[in-house]
Design a protein. Structure first.
Length: 355
């Protein structure tokens, strides 16, 4: 340990922050398995669209130039895909989340988070010096709008994930609207999995000035490795977000790939059909309690096993899944399993029947 470590902020001196799934390479080595089923990170099992690969390759050849700071081609592709909304972009939705926090939150101010959920909202807000207040969901993981409103009414920024990671369920648009009408600050509604659901929150953007819809190209659009996120924002927020954003946060290769992928939605829709079929089959065949899902994963209650035990036993059978133990506010007996390719899903079902 170097004495220079005293320079590190107290905030980072404690336990480690974001918890990552085990790597497939580690599991393969430890158990001597050639091909591990990678069902731990909600990735798309298929490679990006050929159009995206072609556009990214062309952009790589012009890599000596800085990227377009305003992400013009991506924003135009987003308008073609979604219609005439105001968009901002970032290095993954994670980058968008950090920039939104930087834009509106002074250190010491309250940020609320509906939990259990994706941990990065709390980590990013805490790192910025915000006071993070968690609002527990109900026992069945639904969101009680009254409880959410009570805790968030005066907060400048509130985070709600729908469909939610890791529970898989969604908040009805009417409930989101009730929240928007009652709170004084901004609602960041994380829609990372929206393409796998039948819900459309976009009409709410036309009626409310305090809604941000966070989106990512990492899941349905198969570009997790390229780090592309964006958000629908109210018009007033756009210029201030740009001031707070890291210059050139999105690289030219990612920008080109994202714009091209949005122009080739058939591939994305095909994966969504595959996911819908398999998540029904997971829920039918898994011999544990499962939760309904609007996403590309299913949460499973593996008690009397703990999540960690189930992850180890499945890893020994060549299937990598995620324990939910690190999600604040969730018990220690849940795992989250992504929908993969057919062979991965079949191997997982056999393995879990065998636990
Ligand atoms: C995967 C995920 C993200 C992060 O997306 P990136 O664009 O890869 O940063 C955001 N929110 C939720 C709920 C996620 O599961």
């Amino acid at each position: 340990m170097s004495s220079m470590q005293r320079l590190v902020r107290a905030h980072y001196a404690g336990p480690a922050g974001y918890s990552f799934a085990r790597s497939a390479e580690d599991v393969a080595r430890e158990y001597g398995i050639d091909r591990v089923a990678r069902l731990a990170s909600n990735e798309n099992p298929r490679p990006p669209s050929p159009a995206a690969i072609e556009a990214a390759t062309a952009a790589l050849r012009a890599g000596n130039r800085y990227p377009d700071a305003r992400a013009t081609a991506l924003v135009e592709a987003l308008r073609r895909y979604h219609g005439d909304y105001r968009f901002v972009t970032g290095a993954g939705m994670d980058g968008v989340i950090e920039t939104v926090i930087r834009t509106v939150i002074e250190p010491g101010e309250v940020v609320t988070v509906s939990t259990p959920t994706f941990s990065f909202y709390g980590l990013a807000a805490g790192a910025h010096g915000a006071r993070v207040v968690n609002i527990p969901r109900s026992e069945d993981f639904s969101v009680d709008p009254a409880a959410f409103i009570k805790a968030s009414r005066r907060a400048k920024l509130a985070f709600l994930c729908s469909p939610n990671n890791p529970t898989g369920n969604s908040v009805p648009p009417e409930d989101v609207e009730e929240i928007l009408e009652a709170i004084e600050g901004l609602l960041f509604l994380d829609n990372a999995y929206i393409e796998f659901s039948d819900i459309d929150y976009r009409p709410l953007m036309r009626r409310h000035e305090n809604l941000i819809l966070g989106r990512t190209m990492s899941k349905a659009f198969a570009l997790a490795g390229l780090r592309i996120g964006y958000a629908f924002v109210p018009a007033w927020l756009g210029p201030f977000y740009s001031r707070a954003a890291t210059p050139f946060a999105l690289n030219a290769v990612s920008l080109a790939a994202a714009a091209a992928a949005l122009g080739d939605p058939d591939r994305m829709l095909e994966v969504c059909d595959h996911v819908r079929l398999w998540r029904e089959r997971f829920i039918e065949e898994i011999p544990f309690h499962t939760f309904p899902s609007d996403t590309n994963f299913v949460m499973i209650d593996v008690s009397p096993l703990t999540g960690e035990e189930a992850v180890e036993r499945l890893a020994a059978k060549g299937v990598l899944v995620r324990s939910c133990t690190s999600f604040p506010g969730l018990g220690d007996h849940y795992i989250r399993v992504s929908i993969g390719e057919d062979w991965e899903n079949v191997r997982f079902i056999e393995a879990i029947k065998d636990l």
